[in-house]
Write a new protein. Structure first.
Length: 330
């Protein structure tokens, strides 16, 4: 969906904030800092535009805002050598807080929809007892509580300070000395470092593959790589988009693994409550068994996608050289 109308823009609540974050810089040879701050400015625009919708739980607004917060944090962490360290650290720290507030209602919403889809897969004869009503009522209530806490967080001075700081820093775009270098000189190496971190976490996970915490760590680090490859698409074009797509496949597969972990835990709790209430437990047992089967398939798919993404590496064109050659031929 598109963002809210201009009249609903969050600047109405924060006098002095720019109407929009500064537009991404365009030049024949962008510096590393320009590329990073250009990407961050786009994500800030999402956070600003959806703020009114988040408050009323508008469709997809919490999800889009959460992803924008994650993308910003990932870019400022992986590419921190390109930007002013103090500015980046403060924004990233506060976005972590805000992202956690956004995450709670979103997770409850996703879990509810996910479990209802799994229930729909059961044969009609297996739907004994009020399993749908029990799960829906519980997760709807959890979502409502989490959204109320989110709105409380948004009504604090801490949230207002974060939004103001984000607007200020995307307008100023402070660079480190290294960030003044051409994007092609600095950023591919930093992306390669992030990929190497995933490779290290993968080796650790394979030491005890039955412990899913290790694969969850792989997933989180892979998300950072995906977002930071996306950040380079404007500067590096299709090669960066292909890297981002490969890592998206990794995160989607391992995300499904994590979904099965959370859903099985929730189903187990509800099965216990159903038994205490004298309700049939069999539907919950069948659902948990289905989650275990899906987990194995998703884990295998994740490892295969990870192999492909790691083999691809961070091979990007030398945009500086290409643009210099183009300029000299005109």
């Amino acid at each position: 969906m598109e963002g809210p109308n201009q009249s609903d823009h969050p600047t109405d609540r924060h006098p002095g904030r720019p109407t929009e974050p500064a537009a991404p810089l365009v030049s024949s040879g962008p510096t590393a800092a320009e590329v990073v701050w250009g990407y961050v400015a786009k994500q800030a625009g999402v956070l600003f535009a959806y703020e009114p919708e988040v408050r009323v739980d508008g469709p997809d607004s919490v999800h889009k805002s959460r992803v924008a917060a994650r993308r910003t944090r990932s870019a400022l962490k992986v590419y921190r050598a390109a930007v002013d360290a103090g500015a980046a650290r403060g924004v990233a720290r506060e976005l972590r807080w805000y992202g956690e507030a956004l995450g709670a209602p979103r997770d409850a919403e996703v879990l509810r929809d996910y479990l209802l889809e799994r229930i729909a897969d059961l044969d009609e004869g297996d739907l004994e007892g009020p399993v749908v009503d029990r799960l829906t009522a519980s997760l709807n209530a959890e979502h409502a509580r989490a959204h109320a806490r989110l709105v409380e967080a948004m009504n604090t001075k801490r949230h207002d300070a974060l939004m103001t700081e984000l607007a200020d820093v995307t307008a100023a775009r402070p660079a480190s000395p290294e960030g003044e270098a051409a994007a092609g000189v600095l950023l591919p190496g930093l992306l390669a470092d992030a990929i190497a971190r995933v490779d290290g976490l993968r080796a650790h996970a394979e030491e005890a593959p039955e412990h899913l915490e290790g694969w969850h760590d792989v997933r989180k680090a892979a998300k950072a790589v995906r977002y930071c490859a996306e950040a380079l698409v404007d500067a590096f074009g299709e090669p960066a988009a292909e890297i981002a797509s490969a890592w998206e496949a990794v995160t989607e597969a391992f995300g499904e693994v994590q979904d099965t972990v959370v859903s099985a835990e929730v189903l187990g709790r509800h099965a216990w409550a159903a038994e205490l209430a004298g309700e049939p437990v069999r539907p919950y047992t069948l659902l948990v068994e289905g989650e275990l089967d899906r987990r194995l398939v998703a884990l295998r798919r994740g490892v295969e996608a990870l192999d492909y993404a790691l083999e691809m590496g961070a091979k990007l064109p030398d945009v500086t050289a290409a643009r210099s050659a183009g300029a000299s031929s005109t």
